[in-house]
Every structure is written in C-alpha cells, then in structure tokens.
Ligand binder design. Structure first.
Ligand SMILES: NC(=O)c1ccc[n+]([C@@H]2O[C@H](COP(=O)([O-])OP(=O)(O)OC[C@H]3O[C@@H](n4cnc5c(N)ncnc54)[C@H](OP(=O)(O)O)[C@@H]3O)[C@@H](O)[C@H]2O)c1
Length: 212
C-alpha cells in the first residue's frame, strides 16, 4: 500500500489530485490547515505579494531539499480553471465567474497562461510516478489575453452577457510563450482551453455559483 500525503487537500487543485490518486489505488493522507498559521488577508497590491511569496517559498523548498538530499519536482501551473469538486469558488475560478455573472462591465487588460485543473492534477501524479521527472514543470495549454478568452466564451455561449470592453484604453498586455515540451515528457496532452472553459462554466452552473 503506497500512502501519499496531500497538503491543502480540500482546495481546488488538491481535491482533483486526491480524486485521481484514489482512482489509481493510492491511500491518501490529507493535511488540514494549522489554525495558528499566519494568513495575510489585507494587503496592498496582492498580486505582487502573491508572486513574491511563491518565489520565496519555492526557492526555500529547493534550498531545503538540496541541503537534505531530498528528491523534489516542482509543478508550476499558470491560471488553473476547470470543474470544481469543492463547494466554494477559489481565486482562479473567480476570474471566470467575474466575466460571466454580470459582475463586471469590462474585462481585465491582462494576459495569462491557462490550464485545466485535471491536467495539473495529473502532472503532479506523473511527476511522482515517473522516476526521471526532475526540476520545474511550467504548465499552460495556451497564453491568451482576456479579450481572447472573452471571445471563446462568447462563441461557446452566444446568449451569455459577457463584457465587451477592456478595463482601460492602454495597449493590450502582450502574450508570452510557455513551452509545452517539458510537460509533455510527463505525458500531459493538454485539454484545449475551449473544452476547459466549457467545463468550468458548466460546473459553476451545476454548483449554482453562476446563474443564466
Ligand atoms: N488556482 C490557480 O490558478 C493556481 C495557479 C498556480 C499556483 N496555484 C497554487 O496552488 C495552490 C492551490 O491552489 P488552489 O487554486 O487549489 O487554491 P484553493 O482552492 O484556495 O486551496 C488552497 C488550499 O490551501 C489551504 N491553505 C490556505 N492557506 C493555508 C495556510 N496558511 N496553511 C495551510 N493551508 C492553507 C486551504 O485550506 P482551507 O480550506 O483550510 O482554507 C486550501 O485547502 C496554492 O498554493 C496556489 O497559490 C494556484
């Protein structure tokens, strides 16, 4: 019997990892949050703090595993969306909710990589199972500006009320490239973003987190 520990197991990504691990016959031990753990809830420029905390946390983890001779693989997904197993909306699913619930009249002037939560969960398990996996795996099926995401949503759901205008008049934030080669070595085939967006919307609808 192989026992796998999953931290933050009730979360959006981790709940899919738990589901796939159980499906493959693993025994899962889930950890719960330490109630004394410090949480920074009100900060200025949360995106900057988020990026900084992620960079520092990963570099501390690499330092620790090197010093203690531990084998580590890092999975670094871009914006993760897809069907939810948990009842609440997490931060990345909220990006889609904000576009379709009439919450906002405009879309953000931002470009992100996008990836299906099932691909992210699979990548974690593959990285664990494939002995040659090593280093960092950045995951993005596609990098798109919000204007392009909005267009896909409109094509999928023509009657849906979706913002048509950008939040500002500045040039659109440029897109960038994320190589898929490294992730393909984990056997990830990448669910197309059109499918992912449809799965996201349908799941949000089923969970009554959006109405239309
Ligand atoms: N979703 C994305 O687009 C994305 C992209 C790249 C990286 N990530 C990273 O992947 C991880 C999971 O993301 P997610 O979208 O699945 O988030 P999520 O649904 O919000 O889940 C986060 C999980 O972490 C737990 N947690 C939060 N703060 C904690 C703390 N201080 N100590 C211990 N546990 C804590 C939460 O426990 P409670 O249920 O008790 O609150 C929850 O189970 C996060 O680290 C996130 O930054 C996410």
């Amino acid at each position: 019997m192989v026992v796998v520990c999953v931290t933050g197991a009730s979360g959006f990504i981790a709940s899919w990892i738990v589901k796939f691990l159980l499906h493959r016959g693993y025994t899962v031990r889930a950890t719960v949050r330490d109630p004394a753990s410090p949480v920074l809830s009100v900060v200025q420029d949360p995106q900057l703090w988020y990026t900084l905390s992620k960079t520092l946390a990963e570099s501390a983890a690499w330092k620790f595993v090197r010093e203690n001779n531990i084998d580590m693989v890092a999975i670094n997904p871009s914006v993760v969306i897809g069907p939810l197993l948990q009842p609440e909306i997490n931060a990345s699913s909220a990006l889609v909710v904000n576009l379709i619930n009439g919450c906002s009249q405009t879309f953000p002037n931002a470009s992100y990589g996008w990836i299906n939560v099932k691909d992210v969960a699979n990548a974690h398990i593959q990285a664990y199972e494939i002995a040659s996996a090593s280093g960092r795996y950045c995951l993005a099926e596609r990098v798109l500006h919000f204007s392009q995401v909005v267009k896909i949503l409109h094509d999928l759901y023509p009657t849906l009320q979706i913002p048509e205008k950008c939040e500002d008049d500045k040039p659109y934030e440029p897109t960038f490239q994320v190589s898929k080669e490294n992730a393909k070595s984990l056997g990830i085939e990448f669910i197309p973003l059109e499918v992912t967006l449809r799965e996201t919307v349908e799941s949000l609808k089923e969970n009554k987190l959006i109405e239309f």
